[in-house]
Ligand binder design. Structure first.
Ligand code: MF3
Ligand code: CO
Length: 257
């Protein structure tokens, strides 16, 4: 069952999203060569606390950290680690989910460390464009799979792979609610979108094949062919007109922050 959020729930999710997007803005200067993923996570933990946000990942199925940080061929769920230091040209994905007054928002961005390769830059742009096109379909009266189809089209038109094994999701008091939102599929399927639905839309893509494997740590998801991977995520509310994106700052330049 997809819960329709009322005004007061949406207001809390909005605050969660606004505060999360501030954290992403504040952490961009940390994305540089030599910084450990554990220290990025420590910064995130500190900022969450300062803003009155509660991590939704810490304690989730035994996960112990306030962020997931995944590098290069790692797609999602990378575990922060002191020994793991960012290097020039790494493609790093940071995923943070947290609640404000019990209502969650979920956000992820892909960054390049220092000098970016052409391939990494392109992959990030494709993921961002797929996210924008997916969000544009999150409108009253559209079908859920119109979002999936829009994402797949952008990704595959650009010669990249759409990961099948993980999907976006509904969100609210719980981090993962109905519906599941695959990043591929035929249009015109599934439920019809209604105002008040809250969706975490998150294209996960690779420069090569879409198959992924889970590492021995039990969490980190990597591409099976070791190709570069990108992931971006926003939390969105379906309204009577434009989709309301909770996890973006208003200014055009900060579109993905
Ligand atoms: N943010 C991730 C998502 O989009 C979930 C992270 S929870 C964790 O679903 F436990 F895996 F970290
Ligand atoms: Co998510």
């Amino acid at each position: 069952m997809i819960e329709i959020k009322n005004k007061s729930s949406i207001a809390k999710m909005e605050e969660a999203g606004r505060l999360l997007s501030e954290i992403f803005e504040e952490l961009s200067p940390l994305i540089c060569s030599g910084v450990s993923t554990a220290s990025i996570n420590a910064f995130v933990a500190d900022q969450l606390k300062k803003k009155g946000l509660v991590s939704s990942s810490k304690g989730y199925a035994g996960y112990k950290y306030e962020s997931c940080i995944s590098i290069n061929d790692e797609l999602i769920h990378g575990i922060p680690c002191e020994a793991r230091k960012l290097k020039n040209a790494d493609l790093v994905k940071i995923d943070i989910c947290a609640s404000w007054k019990s209502y969650c928002a979920d956000m992820a961005r892909s960054f390049c460390v220092g000098q970016c390769t052409v391939e990494a830059n392109k992959l990030i742009s494709v993921a961002q464009e797929a996210l924008d096109c997916g969000i544009a379909k999150a409108r009253e009266g559209n079908y859920l799979s119109d979002i999936s189809f829009a994402i797949q089209k952008v990704v595959e038109t650009n010669g990249c792979g759409v990961i099948r094994d993980f999907a976006g999701h509904g969100i609210g008091r719980r981090l993962h609610e109905d519906p599941e939102i695959p990043n591929y599929g035929k249009p015109g399927r599934g439920v019809i979108l209604r105002p008040g639905m809250a969706l975490a839309i998150e294209p996960m893509i690779s420069a090569g094949d879409y198959k992924v494997v889970i590492m021995d740590d039990g969490w980190t998801v990597k591409t099976a062919d070791k190709s570069l991977a990108a992931h971006v995520e926003d939390t969105v509310i379906v309204t009577q007109d434009e989709p309301k994106i909770l996890t973006r700052r208003k200014s055009g330049e900060m579109r993905y922050l």
